[in-house]
Design a protein around this ligand. Sequence first.
Ligand SMILES: CC(C)(COP(=O)(O)OP(=O)(O)OC[C@H]1O[C@@H](n2cnc3c(N)ncnc32)[C@H](O)[C@@H]1OP(=O)(O)O)[C@@H](O)C(=O)NCCC(=O)NCCS
Length: 160
Amino acid sequence: MVRPMTSVDRERVMEIIRATRFFVPDEIKVAEELIDIYLSQPEQQDYQIVVAEDENGKVAGYMTYGPTPLTEGTWDLYWIAVSPEVQGQGYGQLLVRYLENEVKKKGGRLVMIETSSQPKYLPTRKFYEKLGYREMARIPDFYRPGDDRVIFGKYLGEKE
Ligand SMILES: CC(C)(COP(=O)(O)OP(=O)(O)OC[C@H]1O[C@@H](n2cnc3c(N)ncnc32)[C@H](O)[C@@H]1OP(=O)(O)O)[C@@H](O)C(=O)NCCC(=O)NCCS
């Protein structure tokens, strides 16, 4: 089940982000800042955060997304993480499908995701490809020399 995040989930979500061992401290800080904006400013619309629960109600993963400012119908998936002990069990897919349904309901048409070209992100890129996202642009040496920004996107309604 996927549902909106609440303050009760904050600790567990931060635990998942750290446990993935994917994110450097600065990235963890940004993820946390977005969580705090979401939890403390219920009226804001820029960042939506949802969690996926396992069958016992334990939070297995989370995702931050929102409408891309100054676009018509384009949305960004800003952050997604699934707890390492339950990766590969479909929670990531559940979260992205939820996002796509929400975007469609709101009249959105394009979902964008940015990631890194580092080898450790290869499984992540495979995950996006599996869900029908394709590389649309790449900015060489964006994050640091040798580490490109890889921009994936998917027009909703396109055949996968
Ligand atoms: C990327 C991530 C969110 C995927 O979530 P997940 O729950 O493990 O993925 P799912 O089980 O839903 O996988 C969905 C599909 O993607 C594919 N996939 C997932 N992980 C994969 C991997 N390591 N290698 C190849 N394909 C993979 C699978 O083929 C799967 O399809 P299948 O069910 O037909 O086998 C999760 O692995 C994660 O948190 N990774 C670390 C953090 C991260 O990279 N976040 C994104 C930052 S940009």
